[in-house]
Design a protein around this ligand. Sequence first.
Ligand SMILES: Cc1cc2nc3c(=O)[nH]c(=O)nc-3n(C[C@H](O)[C@H](O)[C@H](O)COP(=O)(O)OP(=O)(O)OC[C@H]3O[C@@H](n4cnc5c(N)ncnc54)[C@H](O)[C@@H]3O)c2cc1C
Length: 547
Amino acid sequence: MKINDPEIQKNVYCKLLAILLLLEWICRRITYVLKYAKPVFFPPATYIHLEIKVKTNFKYIYMAKIVVLGAGISGHTAAAFLKKKLGRVHEVVVVSPGAYYQWIPSNIWVGVGKMTIDQVRFKLQPVYDRWKIDFRQAKATAVFPEGDQAMDRPYISIEYTGEARRGETDKIDYDYLVNATGPKLNFEATEGLGPNKFTHSVCSCDHAVATWGALQTCMLRMEEGEKLRFLIGTGHPTATCQGAAFEYALNVAYEIKSRGLLHMAEITWISNEYELGDFGMGGAFIKRGGYVTPTKVFSESIFAEYGIRWIKRAGVSKIEEGLAHYETLDGQMHTQPFDFAMLIPAFAGVGLKAFDKVGEDITAKLFAPSGFMKVDADYSGKAFEDWSVDDWPSVYQNPAFANIFATGIAFAPPHQISKPIKSPNGTLITPAPPRTGMPSGVIGKIVALNIVDQILTGRTVFKHRASMGKMGAACVVSAGFSLLKGNAATMTVFPIVPDWQKFPEWGRDLNYTMGEAGLAGHWIKLFLHYMFIHKAKGYPFWWLLPE
Ligand SMILES: Cc1cc2nc3c(=O)[nH]c(=O)nc-3n(C[C@H](O)[C@H](O)[C@H](O)COP(=O)(O)OP(=O)(O)OC[C@H]3O[C@@H](n4cnc5c(N)ncnc54)[C@H](O)[C@@H]3O)c2cc1C
C-alpha cells in the first residue's frame, strides 16, 4: 500500500470531508439548541406568547412564513441566516427575477476581461434546494400588507420571469416580509444613457461582459494607431456608487498601460462630487502613513499617478453618440466627447406598489418618493445642517407595518450625507448616499436575526441593530489586476455616516478610518472575492465568514 496512491488519497480526502461536514452539522445543532431550545419550551413569557398566537393565528406556533424579495448581497444573506436559524419548521421563500446570484463588486474585473461571467455568478436554485428555501424566479410587483377582500393574510403579488412560467402571476402570503430588492438602474433618468444606447455599464455582470467587448474593440483601434477618448464616472447629477466607477477607471487605465497604449488614450473622470473622493459620504479624513489625509488628496494623487484627468461638480444631463452633455455647479453647460463611456446611472426603488384591504393605493405609506422603502429613520426633511446620525435607521422596520423590513439599497436613507448643492439653474448636483456591500450584508443579517428572535421567543424588542451612523465599513478599490504587479486602495471608515458630535474634529474615528494603496490590497480583494462566493454558495462554515 503506497501513501501516494491516488485512490488511497481520494479515499482519505473523502473521509476528511465527511468528518468536517459532520462536525459542522454537530456545531450547528449545539448552537441552535443552546440559543433557542430553552425559550421555545420553558419560560412563562413564551407560554403567554404561544397562547396569544393560538388565539390569533394557529399557524404561527408551528410555522412562520418569511418572504425575502431579492437575492442580492442583502437578501441572500438574510435568507441564508433565516433558514439556518429557523430550520425546517419555518418556511423561507425567496423571490428574485434572475436565476443567478452575482457578486457585483467583481463585475469590475469582468468589465476589463480579467474574470469571466461565470466566475462572478452562480445559479441560485441548487443552493436554495440544498438549504430547503422555496425559490421563485419572479419579480415582486405589489405588496398587500393587510391582504385583500379575497385573502385574509398579508401577501405580495409576483410575476414569474423564469422560462417555464414567464409572465404568469401569483400571490405569496407571508408573516414577515424582507424587501431587499436593491436599486432600479434608472438609465431612463438621463437621455441617451446606458447599454443599447450610447454608454456602457458594469452594474450587472451582463452589462460588464458587453462593456469588456467594447473595451477590447477600443484596444484594437488604439493598437492600429487611433487615439481614443475614454469617459468614466457618473451619468446623472444625483447618481451614487462613485466607488465602483472610480475602480473601473483605474482598471481601464491599468489595462491600457499594461498594453503600452497609454499615449494613445485620453482618460477622463466625470463626477457629480464636489471634490474627488467624496464617494457620496461627504468624503473622509483618513489616517495614512501617520498623516491625516482627506480622500480628495488620496483620490487625486491616484488619478494623477494613472494619468487620468477629471471633471468634478458635473451633472450629466444628456448623452448623444460620442458626446456627453453636462452642467457644472456654476450653472455652465458643457460637452465632453468620447469614444468609450462607462457612466453609472441614477438609482431608484424598483417600483413596488402597495394596496390596502379595499384596494386603495397606499404606496406613499410604505415607500419614499424615490421608490425606496421607509424604515425606522427620521424622514421629517430637516435642513441638512440639522441632521444627526440618530436620524439613521437601526432595525430597518417599516413604520406602518411591523412585519415588513427593508435591507441594503432598498431602504430609503433619511437624508444626503454629502452636502446637497444646487446650480443657479436649480439642478441638484450631489451624490446620493451610497449603501455598499458590507452594510447591505450586515443589515440583511441583523434583520434576519431579529425576525428569528421574534418567531422563536415572541420578544418584540430588537436585540440586533446596525445603524450606518454606528457601524464601520471596509472597501477595497481595485486599481489593477495582477498577482505580482496589481494594485488596490484599501479603505476603512468608522462610522459610515459621519458623527460630528462624537468626533467633532474629523467626523469619524481616525483609529478605524484608514487607507493604504499597494499590491497587498489586490491580494485582499482577490481573497475577498473567493471568500464571499464561498459564503454565498453556503459551503462549509459559511456562517462564520463576515459580511
Ligand atoms: C460595479 C459595482 C461594483 C461595486 N463594488 C463594491 C465594492 O467593491 N464593495 C462594496 O462594498 N460595494 C460595492 N458595490 C455596491 C454593492 O454591490 C451594493 O451595495 C450591493 O449589491 C447592494 O446589495 P443589495 O442586496 O441591496 O442589492 P443588490 O445586490 O442589487 O440585489 C438586489 C436583488 O433584488 C432583485 N430584485 C430587483 N427587483 C426585484 C423585484 N421587483 N422583486 C424581487 N427581487 C427583485 C435583484 O435581481 C437582486 O437579486 C458595487 C456596486 C457596483 C454596481
